[in-house]
Design a protein around this ligand. Structure first.
Ligand code: SF4
Ligand code: SF4
Length: 392
């Protein structure tokens, strides 16, 4: 999803060289999805992996469940993806970006029977899902099927966010492979480092780049199976491969872990709202995802700039009932029930007003309702026809 780009499209020459270089040097897992790069990622990868590279990697793609109208759509979408990727089977097939709402809908549409059938007929080797909701929902989904793999967000700032460490351990105990996304929070933990954070890294005896520290911290967990890192330059590929070859579960010393803890604390100190994501305030009777709202707000404030659009987009998808039930800050009815539960003594209703002001302006509201209106039509006529119709 983060391939090099030129004039708004994938820079085919650079991206091909990058992927071939990565595979030639030991990268053996490639992750894509229907939606990446405006729908171009899968067919581009199909071209890149032709001629012998497909056989050298485990290939993963994802079902855009929000485009699925019925059971037949699942077969149609998977077959299109196999076609685009120029392969007869997916090593890993994940339901993309599950939330409680998405899970309910796709299950009612027969996704478990579809996964069984696609495994039986050989189109899928391993079935899984990627996840964006609370750890309780994660446990429910994990317990609902004989999954082979799950994909969760995890990094040293997100130990208690969404599935988090609890979810990581729960899945691993059940023998399910755990792939990690956002290991460097979309690159924010690797670049534009605030000076206060940079000082801590510089004071460490061992000199490592922030990216290496972040990745080493994840690979230190024995429960982690594979880490997905978006790379768009050969120097990043080489650095990540060097890091991977040195990283082993349990290889960081107490002192090294202490350095990462200090950095995480420093980042938290820079957060405008001191929410730790502990979830004690949940559930909110009005349906506000309090830690989710605060996390996106803090991310926006710390990393700002280039991250601004990213946090707004995520808020739009996950808090404004485009991909799940609405859980946005503006639902707050100021009942005060959450206040006494917060160990950080955050004035939650007051802070939610700041979140609302940042994320629920007229443009985002308009975009959310446009997406909500478009979805039933996309499901009815199919995503390909819809895209064509929009072009016309
Ligand atoms: S004050 Fe607002 S956020 Fe807190 S529990 Fe009540 S409705 Fe939910
Ligand atoms: S209880 Fe407080 S610190 Fe914990 S998630 Fe809720 S707002 Fe954040």
């Amino acid at each position: 999803m983060r391939l090099p780009q030129k004039n708004g499209a994938i820079d085919r020459e650079k991206a091909t060289a990058l992927i071939h270089h990565a595979i030639d040097n030991g990268v053996n897992y490639i992750d894509t999805a229907w939606t990446y790069h405006g729908g171009q990622s899968e067919s581009f990868l199909g071209d890149v992996l032709a001629g012998g590279y497909r056989e050298k990697v485990r290939l993963a793609t994802k079902m855009p469940h929000w485009l699925v109208n019925d059971r037949q759509d699942m077969d149609r979408i998977l077959n299109t993806q196999l076609n685009r990727l120029r392969t007869d089977h997916m090593d890993y097939y994940l339901i993309h970006s599950l939330t409680a709402d998405g899970w309910k809908r796709i299950k009612e549409n027969g996704v478990l029977e579809f996964l069984d059938r696609a495994k039986e007929d050989g189109r899928i080797d391993n079935a899984g899902f990627s996840f964006h909701d609370s750890v309780d929902i994660f446990r429910q989904i994990i317990d609902s099927y004989d999954w082979d793999i799950c994909l969760i967000q995890y990094n040293y700032l997100d130990e208690n966010y969404q599935a988090g460490k609890e979810g990581l351990k729960y899945a691993a105990e059940k023998g399910i492979a755990v792939a990690i996304m956002e290991p460097l929070r979309g690159g924010n933990l690797a670049r534009n480092i605030p000076p206060e954070v940079g000082n801590i890294w510089n004071e460490a005896d061992l000199k490592r780049t922030p990216a290496e520290w972040g990745l080493r911290w994840i690979w230190n967990h024995p429960e982690v199976t594979v880490v997905l890192s978006g790379m768009n330059d050969i120097s990043q590929v080489d650095e990540n491969i060097r890091t991977a070859s040195r990283a082993h579960p349990g290889s960081l010393t107490e002192e090294e872990l202490g350095t990462v803890r200090k950095v995480a604390e420093k980042y938290r100190g820079l957060m405008t709202i001191p929410c730790t994501g502990c979830n004690y305030c949940m559930p909110c009777p009005a349906g506000v995802d309090i830690p989710g709202c605060f996390d996106l707000y803090n991310s926006n404030k710390i990393f700002g700039g280039a991250n601004d659009g990213g946090t707004k987009h995520r808020y739009l998808l996950y808090q404004m009932d485009v991909l799940g039930e609405r859980s946005s800050a503006s639902l707050c009815i100021n009942c005060g029930k959450c206040l006494e539960k917060c160990p950080q003594h955050i004035d939650i209703p007051e802070k939610l007003k700041d979140v609302e002001a940042l994320f629920e302006g007229p443009v985002i509201k308009l975009k959310a309702s446009a997406m909500r209106m478009a979805l039933p039509l996309v499901r009815k006529i199919g995503p390909l026809k819809y895209r064509q119709m929009r072009k016309e």
